[in-house]
Design a protein around this ligand. Structure first.
Ligand SMILES: O=P(O)(O)OC[C@H](O)CO
Length: 412
Protein backbone atom coordinates (compact mmCIF):
# COMPACT_ATOMS: atom_id res chain seq x y z
CA UNK A 1 0.00 0.00 0.00
CA UNK A 2 1.56 3.32 -0.96
CA UNK A 3 1.46 6.13 1.57
CA UNK A 4 -1.40 8.53 0.84
CA UNK A 5 -0.63 12.26 0.71
CA UNK A 6 -3.78 14.34 0.46
CA UNK A 7 -3.30 17.65 -1.30
CA UNK A 8 -6.14 20.16 -1.09
CA UNK A 9 -6.07 22.82 -3.76
CA UNK A 10 -8.34 25.65 -4.81
CA UNK A 11 -8.56 25.75 -8.59
CA UNK A 12 -11.93 24.87 -10.09
CA UNK A 13 -11.01 25.72 -13.68
CA UNK A 14 -9.96 23.01 -16.10
CA UNK A 15 -6.60 24.51 -17.04
CA UNK A 16 -5.08 25.01 -13.62
CA UNK A 17 -6.69 21.94 -12.14
CA UNK A 18 -5.37 19.75 -14.97
CA UNK A 19 -1.84 21.08 -14.41
CA UNK A 20 -1.93 20.03 -10.77
CA UNK A 21 -3.48 16.63 -11.50
CA UNK A 22 -0.90 15.95 -14.22
CA UNK A 23 2.04 16.81 -11.95
CA UNK A 24 0.65 14.51 -9.26
CA UNK A 25 0.27 11.69 -11.78
CA UNK A 26 3.88 12.11 -12.90
CA UNK A 27 5.06 12.19 -9.33
CA UNK A 28 3.11 9.08 -8.38
CA UNK A 29 4.56 7.16 -11.35
CA UNK A 30 8.12 7.81 -10.22
CA UNK A 31 7.43 7.40 -6.49
CA UNK A 32 5.61 4.09 -6.17
CA UNK A 33 5.68 4.18 -2.36
CA UNK A 34 3.65 7.40 -2.31
CA UNK A 35 0.25 8.32 -3.68
CA UNK A 36 -0.42 12.05 -3.89
CA UNK A 37 -4.17 12.63 -4.08
CA UNK A 38 -4.96 16.17 -5.22
CA UNK A 39 -8.51 17.32 -4.44
CA UNK A 40 -10.22 20.56 -5.41
CA UNK A 41 -11.72 21.92 -2.19
CA UNK A 42 -13.48 25.06 -3.37
CA UNK A 43 -12.56 28.72 -3.01
CA UNK A 44 -9.52 30.02 -1.19
CA UNK A 45 -11.58 30.76 1.92
CA UNK A 46 -13.47 27.47 1.84
CA UNK A 47 -10.29 25.43 1.45
CA UNK A 48 -8.59 27.02 4.46
CA UNK A 49 -11.69 26.66 6.64
CA UNK A 50 -12.09 23.03 5.56
CA UNK A 51 -8.43 22.28 6.35
CA UNK A 52 -8.69 23.79 9.84
CA UNK A 53 -11.87 21.84 10.53
CA UNK A 54 -10.43 18.55 9.23
CA UNK A 55 -7.26 18.98 11.29
CA UNK A 56 -9.27 19.57 14.44
CA UNK A 57 -11.07 16.31 13.71
CA UNK A 58 -7.73 14.54 13.35
CA UNK A 59 -8.08 14.20 9.59
CA UNK A 60 -5.54 16.76 8.44
CA UNK A 61 -4.77 16.84 4.71
CA UNK A 62 -0.98 16.62 4.40
CA UNK A 63 -0.62 19.51 1.96
CA UNK A 64 -2.88 22.55 1.59
CA UNK A 65 -2.88 25.51 -0.78
CA UNK A 66 -3.54 28.52 1.43
CA UNK A 67 -4.52 31.97 0.14
CA UNK A 68 -1.93 34.68 0.75
CA UNK A 69 -4.09 36.64 3.22
CA UNK A 70 -4.78 33.41 5.12
CA UNK A 71 -1.09 33.06 6.05
CA UNK A 72 -1.34 34.54 9.55
CA UNK A 73 -4.53 32.59 10.30
CA UNK A 74 -2.92 29.41 8.98
CA UNK A 75 0.02 29.95 11.29
CA UNK A 76 -2.12 30.89 14.30
CA UNK A 77 -4.40 27.89 13.79
CA UNK A 78 -1.50 25.68 14.82
CA UNK A 79 -2.37 22.99 12.31
CA UNK A 80 0.68 23.50 10.08
CA UNK A 81 4.42 23.09 10.50
CA UNK A 82 7.09 25.30 8.89
CA UNK A 83 8.34 23.71 5.67
CA UNK A 84 11.95 24.56 6.53
CA UNK A 85 11.73 22.27 9.57
CA UNK A 86 10.73 19.25 7.47
CA UNK A 87 13.49 19.19 4.92
CA UNK A 88 15.91 21.27 2.95
CA UNK A 89 14.36 24.12 1.01
CA UNK A 90 16.55 26.46 -0.99
CA UNK A 91 14.72 29.68 -0.21
CA UNK A 92 17.39 31.70 -2.02
CA UNK A 93 15.88 30.55 -5.34
CA UNK A 94 12.59 32.39 -4.73
CA UNK A 95 12.17 35.89 -6.09
CA UNK A 96 12.46 38.56 -3.39
CA UNK A 97 8.91 39.97 -3.20
CA UNK A 98 7.45 36.48 -2.92
CA UNK A 99 9.87 35.41 -0.24
CA UNK A 100 9.34 38.67 1.67
CA UNK A 101 5.60 38.21 1.59
CA UNK A 102 5.76 34.73 3.08
CA UNK A 103 8.31 35.62 5.73
CA UNK A 104 6.53 35.92 9.08
CA UNK A 105 8.69 37.01 11.99
CA UNK A 106 11.84 36.11 10.11
CA UNK A 107 10.64 32.67 9.08
CA UNK A 108 9.18 31.26 5.87
CA UNK A 109 6.51 28.79 6.88
CA UNK A 110 5.09 27.75 3.54
CA UNK A 111 6.37 26.99 0.07
CA UNK A 112 5.74 29.73 -2.52
CA UNK A 113 3.57 28.45 -5.37
CA UNK A 114 1.06 30.64 -7.19
CA UNK A 115 1.82 34.36 -7.04
CA UNK A 116 0.05 37.17 -8.82
CA UNK A 117 -0.93 40.84 -8.81
CA UNK A 118 -3.83 42.70 -10.39
CA UNK A 119 -3.50 44.21 -13.87
CA UNK A 120 -5.71 46.06 -16.33
CA UNK A 121 -7.12 43.91 -19.10
CA UNK A 122 -8.44 45.73 -22.14
CA UNK A 123 -10.33 44.90 -25.27
CA UNK A 124 -8.22 46.39 -28.04
CA UNK A 125 -10.97 46.13 -30.64
CA UNK A 126 -13.50 47.92 -28.44
CA UNK A 127 -10.95 50.58 -27.57
CA UNK A 128 -10.45 51.29 -31.25
CA UNK A 129 -14.18 51.30 -31.89
CA UNK A 130 -14.62 53.87 -29.13
CA UNK A 131 -11.91 56.12 -30.56
CA UNK A 132 -9.31 55.20 -27.95
CA UNK A 133 -5.70 54.31 -28.68
CA UNK A 134 -5.20 50.61 -27.83
CA UNK A 135 -1.46 51.13 -27.58
CA UNK A 136 -2.00 53.54 -24.67
CA UNK A 137 -4.21 51.98 -22.02
CA UNK A 138 -5.03 54.26 -19.04
CA UNK A 139 -2.62 53.99 -16.12
CA UNK A 140 -4.24 56.37 -13.61
CA UNK A 141 -7.69 56.85 -12.09
CA UNK A 142 -8.03 60.12 -14.00
CA UNK A 143 -7.08 58.55 -17.32
CA UNK A 144 -9.62 55.77 -16.75
CA UNK A 145 -12.33 58.37 -16.07
CA UNK A 146 -11.42 60.23 -19.25
CA UNK A 147 -11.62 57.05 -21.32
CA UNK A 148 -14.91 56.21 -19.65
CA UNK A 149 -16.40 59.55 -20.57
CA UNK A 150 -15.58 58.89 -24.20
CA UNK A 151 -16.97 55.37 -24.06
CA UNK A 152 -20.21 56.55 -22.50
CA UNK A 153 -20.72 59.04 -25.29
CA UNK A 154 -20.23 56.32 -27.92
CA UNK A 155 -22.19 53.49 -26.44
CA UNK A 156 -25.03 52.84 -24.08
CA UNK A 157 -24.77 49.08 -23.80
CA UNK A 158 -21.00 48.66 -23.45
CA UNK A 159 -19.72 49.90 -20.11
CA UNK A 160 -16.28 51.31 -19.52
CA UNK A 161 -14.93 49.12 -16.75
CA UNK A 162 -15.72 46.11 -14.60
CA UNK A 163 -13.99 44.47 -11.69
CA UNK A 164 -14.98 42.01 -9.07
CA UNK A 165 -16.23 43.54 -5.80
CA UNK A 166 -13.15 42.33 -3.93
CA UNK A 167 -11.02 43.79 -1.16
CA UNK A 168 -7.88 42.59 -2.94
CA UNK A 169 -7.96 45.58 -5.28
CA UNK A 170 -8.36 48.01 -2.38
CA UNK A 171 -5.38 46.34 -0.69
CA UNK A 172 -3.34 46.80 -3.88
CA UNK A 173 -4.44 50.39 -4.42
CA UNK A 174 -3.38 51.21 -0.86
CA UNK A 175 0.07 49.68 -1.49
CA UNK A 176 0.36 51.46 -4.84
CA UNK A 177 0.06 54.75 -2.94
CA UNK A 178 2.68 53.65 -0.43
CA UNK A 179 0.06 53.26 2.30
CA UNK A 180 -0.16 50.40 4.77
CA UNK A 181 -3.55 48.73 5.11
CA UNK A 182 -3.17 48.21 8.86
CA UNK A 183 -1.00 49.67 11.61
CA UNK A 184 2.16 48.25 13.20
CA UNK A 185 3.94 48.21 9.86
CA UNK A 186 1.12 46.34 8.21
CA UNK A 187 1.01 43.92 11.12
CA UNK A 188 4.56 42.76 10.54
CA UNK A 189 6.22 44.52 13.49
CA UNK A 190 3.65 43.24 15.92
CA UNK A 191 0.01 42.32 15.59
CA UNK A 192 -1.99 45.06 13.92
CA UNK A 193 -4.76 46.61 16.00
CA UNK A 194 -6.32 49.01 13.49
CA UNK A 195 -7.17 49.24 9.79
CA UNK A 196 -6.19 52.43 7.97
CA UNK A 197 -9.53 52.65 6.25
CA UNK A 198 -10.25 56.33 6.85
CA UNK A 199 -6.81 57.38 5.56
CA UNK A 200 -6.48 59.75 2.57
CA UNK A 201 -5.26 56.79 0.50
CA UNK A 202 -8.41 54.77 1.28
CA UNK A 203 -10.59 57.78 0.52
CA UNK A 204 -9.00 58.25 -2.89
CA UNK A 205 -9.78 54.65 -3.78
CA UNK A 206 -13.38 54.76 -2.64
CA UNK A 207 -14.00 58.17 -4.21
CA UNK A 208 -12.84 56.78 -7.53
CA UNK A 209 -15.07 53.73 -7.24
CA UNK A 210 -17.99 55.98 -6.34
CA UNK A 211 -17.37 58.25 -9.32
CA UNK A 212 -17.13 55.25 -11.66
CA UNK A 213 -20.41 53.98 -10.32
CA UNK A 214 -22.31 57.28 -10.07
CA UNK A 215 -21.43 58.17 -13.65
CA UNK A 216 -22.54 54.77 -14.92
CA UNK A 217 -19.06 53.75 -16.04
CA UNK A 218 -18.77 50.67 -13.85
CA UNK A 219 -20.47 47.32 -13.93
CA UNK A 220 -20.25 44.04 -12.03
CA UNK A 221 -22.35 40.96 -11.38
CA UNK A 222 -23.34 42.61 -8.09
CA UNK A 223 -22.02 39.66 -6.10
CA UNK A 224 -19.07 39.85 -3.73
CA UNK A 225 -15.88 38.00 -4.67
CA UNK A 226 -17.34 36.88 -7.99
CA UNK A 227 -14.15 36.37 -9.98
CA UNK A 228 -15.80 34.30 -12.71
CA UNK A 229 -18.77 36.63 -13.10
CA UNK A 230 -16.57 39.67 -13.64
CA UNK A 231 -14.31 37.79 -16.08
CA UNK A 232 -17.39 36.79 -18.05
CA UNK A 233 -18.51 40.42 -18.36
CA UNK A 234 -15.16 41.18 -20.00
CA UNK A 235 -14.96 38.12 -22.23
CA UNK A 236 -18.56 38.67 -23.35
CA UNK A 237 -17.38 42.14 -24.45
CA UNK A 238 -19.75 44.06 -22.17
CA UNK A 239 -16.88 46.25 -20.92
CA UNK A 240 -13.79 47.77 -22.49
CA UNK A 241 -11.62 47.51 -19.36
CA UNK A 242 -11.40 44.85 -16.68
CA UNK A 243 -9.23 44.59 -13.61
CA UNK A 244 -8.24 41.19 -12.31
CA UNK A 245 -5.32 38.95 -11.45
CA UNK A 246 -2.35 38.17 -13.70
CA UNK A 247 -3.37 34.60 -12.87
CA UNK A 248 -6.11 34.85 -15.47
CA UNK A 249 -4.00 35.85 -18.44
CA UNK A 250 -4.17 32.24 -19.67
CA UNK A 251 -7.89 31.70 -19.20
CA UNK A 252 -9.06 35.17 -20.28
CA UNK A 253 -6.65 35.06 -23.22
CA UNK A 254 -8.23 31.78 -24.38
CA UNK A 255 -11.73 33.21 -23.98
CA UNK A 256 -10.80 36.37 -25.88
CA UNK A 257 -9.41 34.32 -28.77
CA UNK A 258 -12.57 32.25 -28.82
CA UNK A 259 -14.74 35.37 -28.77
CA UNK A 260 -12.59 36.85 -31.53
CA UNK A 261 -11.18 39.98 -29.91
CA UNK A 262 -7.67 41.17 -29.16
CA UNK A 263 -6.84 41.38 -25.46
CA UNK A 264 -4.25 43.73 -24.02
CA UNK A 265 -2.76 43.83 -20.53
CA UNK A 266 -1.53 46.99 -18.83
CA UNK A 267 -0.39 48.02 -15.38
CA UNK A 268 -2.93 48.47 -12.60
CA UNK A 269 -4.29 52.04 -12.86
CA UNK A 270 -3.47 54.00 -9.72
CA UNK A 271 -4.53 57.16 -7.92
CA UNK A 272 -3.51 60.37 -9.68
CA UNK A 273 -0.40 61.99 -8.30
CA UNK A 274 0.73 58.84 -6.48
CA UNK A 275 4.24 57.67 -7.13
CA UNK A 276 3.87 54.14 -8.45
CA UNK A 277 5.00 52.21 -5.40
CA UNK A 278 4.15 48.74 -6.64
CA UNK A 279 2.04 45.76 -5.78
CA UNK A 280 1.63 43.20 -3.01
CA UNK A 281 2.10 39.52 -3.78
CA UNK A 282 -1.25 37.82 -4.29
CA UNK A 283 -2.23 34.19 -4.80
CA UNK A 284 -1.39 31.37 -2.43
CA UNK A 285 1.34 29.11 -1.03
CA UNK A 286 1.68 25.49 0.06
CA UNK A 287 1.47 24.51 3.73
CA UNK A 288 2.30 21.14 5.29
CA UNK A 289 0.10 19.88 8.12
CA UNK A 290 1.37 19.20 11.60
CA UNK A 291 -0.76 16.28 12.75
CA UNK A 292 0.59 13.76 10.24
CA UNK A 293 3.40 11.20 10.27
CA UNK A 294 6.97 12.26 9.53
CA UNK A 295 6.89 10.15 6.38
CA UNK A 296 3.77 11.91 5.16
CA UNK A 297 5.25 15.33 5.91
CA UNK A 298 8.45 14.41 4.04
CA UNK A 299 6.44 13.18 1.06
CA UNK A 300 4.16 16.25 1.12
CA UNK A 301 7.15 18.59 0.99
CA UNK A 302 8.87 16.46 -1.63
CA UNK A 303 5.82 16.61 -3.87
CA UNK A 304 5.38 20.36 -3.24
CA UNK A 305 8.99 20.87 -4.30
CA UNK A 306 8.38 18.78 -7.42
CA UNK A 307 5.22 20.72 -8.31
CA UNK A 308 7.07 24.01 -7.90
CA UNK A 309 10.41 22.97 -9.42
CA UNK A 310 12.07 25.44 -11.82
CA UNK A 311 10.77 23.77 -14.99
CA UNK A 312 7.25 23.34 -13.64
CA UNK A 313 7.05 26.93 -12.40
CA UNK A 314 8.14 28.22 -15.80
CA UNK A 315 5.47 26.10 -17.50
CA UNK A 316 2.87 27.15 -14.90
CA UNK A 317 3.64 30.80 -15.59
CA UNK A 318 3.23 30.37 -19.33
CA UNK A 319 0.01 28.45 -18.94
CA UNK A 320 -1.73 30.67 -16.42
CA UNK A 321 -0.09 34.06 -16.02
CA UNK A 322 0.95 33.44 -12.41
CA UNK A 323 4.44 34.79 -11.82
CA UNK A 324 7.43 32.51 -12.17
CA UNK A 325 8.29 32.50 -8.45
CA UNK A 326 11.79 31.07 -8.75
CA UNK A 327 14.88 32.86 -9.99
CA UNK A 328 15.85 29.72 -11.88
CA UNK A 329 12.45 29.70 -13.63
CA UNK A 330 12.93 33.33 -14.63
CA UNK A 331 16.37 32.40 -16.03
CA UNK A 332 14.85 29.51 -18.00
CA UNK A 333 12.18 31.80 -19.45
CA UNK A 334 14.74 34.48 -20.34
CA UNK A 335 16.89 31.92 -22.17
CA UNK A 336 13.86 30.87 -24.18
CA UNK A 337 13.22 34.51 -25.09
CA UNK A 338 9.80 34.25 -23.46
CA UNK A 339 9.63 37.81 -22.21
CA UNK A 340 10.10 39.20 -25.71
CA UNK A 341 7.61 36.74 -27.22
CA UNK A 342 4.87 37.40 -24.69
CA UNK A 343 4.40 41.15 -24.22
CA UNK A 344 1.20 40.64 -22.24
CA UNK A 345 3.01 38.56 -19.63
CA UNK A 346 5.97 40.91 -19.63
CA UNK A 347 3.83 43.91 -18.63
CA UNK A 348 2.58 41.90 -15.69
CA UNK A 349 6.03 40.72 -14.66
CA UNK A 350 7.55 44.19 -14.96
CA UNK A 351 4.89 45.51 -12.62
CA UNK A 352 6.33 43.18 -10.01
CA UNK A 353 9.97 43.85 -10.86
CA UNK A 354 9.43 47.59 -10.55
CA UNK A 355 7.80 47.26 -7.14
CA UNK A 356 9.56 49.15 -4.35
CA UNK A 357 10.24 46.99 -1.35
CA UNK A 358 8.66 48.62 1.71
CA UNK A 359 6.02 48.25 4.42
CA UNK A 360 3.14 48.99 2.04
CA UNK A 361 4.11 46.50 -0.67
CA UNK A 362 5.16 43.93 1.95
CA UNK A 363 1.41 43.41 2.41
CA UNK A 364 -0.66 43.20 5.55
CA UNK A 365 -0.44 40.30 7.98
CA UNK A 366 -3.69 39.81 9.78
CA UNK A 367 -5.22 36.78 11.45
CA UNK A 368 -8.68 38.23 10.84
CA UNK A 369 -7.96 39.16 7.22
CA UNK A 370 -10.79 37.12 5.78
CA UNK A 371 -13.35 38.97 7.93
CA UNK A 372 -11.71 42.33 7.24
CA UNK A 373 -11.90 41.61 3.54
CA UNK A 374 -15.63 41.01 3.81
CA UNK A 375 -16.06 44.31 5.67
CA UNK A 376 -14.13 46.17 2.95
CA UNK A 377 -16.21 44.46 0.26
CA UNK A 378 -19.44 45.41 1.97
CA UNK A 379 -18.09 48.96 2.03
CA UNK A 380 -17.51 48.85 -1.74
CA UNK A 381 -21.02 47.55 -2.21
CA UNK A 382 -22.45 50.40 -0.13
CA UNK A 383 -20.59 53.02 -2.11
CA UNK A 384 -21.77 51.36 -5.33
CA UNK A 385 -25.34 51.70 -4.16
CA UNK A 386 -24.99 55.39 -3.40
CA UNK A 387 -23.68 55.72 0.20
CA UNK A 388 -21.20 58.47 0.97
CA UNK A 389 -17.53 57.57 1.03
CA UNK A 390 -16.82 59.16 4.41
CA UNK A 391 -19.67 57.48 6.26
CA UNK A 392 -18.97 54.14 4.60
CA UNK A 393 -15.28 54.21 5.45
CA UNK A 394 -15.91 55.28 9.03
CA UNK A 395 -18.27 52.37 9.51
CA UNK A 396 -15.92 49.97 7.73
CA UNK A 397 -13.01 51.06 9.91
CA UNK A 398 -15.02 50.63 13.11
CA UNK A 399 -16.11 47.14 12.06
CA UNK A 400 -12.64 46.14 10.87
CA UNK A 401 -10.96 47.42 14.04
CA UNK A 402 -13.40 45.42 16.12
CA UNK A 403 -12.79 42.26 14.09
CA UNK A 404 -9.03 42.72 14.41
CA UNK A 405 -9.17 43.38 18.15
CA UNK A 406 -11.59 40.53 18.86
CA UNK A 407 -9.26 38.17 17.01
CA UNK A 408 -6.23 39.48 18.91
CA UNK A 409 -7.91 38.64 22.23
CA UNK A 410 -6.97 35.01 21.54
CA UNK A 411 -3.32 35.96 21.75
CA UNK A 412 -3.17 38.23 24.80
O1 LIG B 1 -6.63 34.93 -8.16
P1 LIG B 1 -5.28 34.89 -7.53
O2 LIG B 1 -4.81 33.52 -7.23
O3 LIG B 1 -4.31 35.67 -8.29
O4 LIG B 1 -5.42 35.57 -6.10
C1 LIG B 1 -5.93 36.84 -5.96
C2 LIG B 1 -5.85 37.26 -4.51
O5 LIG B 1 -4.53 37.37 -4.10
C3 LIG B 1 -6.58 36.33 -3.59
O6 LIG B 1 -6.46 36.71 -2.27
Amino acid sequence: EPLTVDFWYTFGDAKRSAFIQARAEEYNKTHTDVKVVPTYKGSYNDTLQAAILASRQGKAPALVQVVEVGSQLAWDSGIFQPVGGIGKVDFSDYIKPVLNYYTIQGKVNSLPFNSSSPVLYYNKDLMEKMGLDPSRPPTTYGAVLKACEKIKMQSSDIKCIGFNIHSWFVEQWMAQQGAALVNNDNGRKGRATEANLTSPAAKKIFNWIKTLSDKGYYTSSGKLEDWDGSDAIFTNQKVVFHITSTADIGNIGDAARKAGFKMGVGVLPIADGAKRNGVVIGGASLWVAKGISEKQADAALDFALYLTNPKNMAAWHKLTGYYPVRNSSVDLLRKEGWFTQAPVQTVAFNQLLKTQSNVATGGALLGSFIEVRKIIEEGIQKVLSGSSVDATLQEAKARADKAIQDYNKNFQ
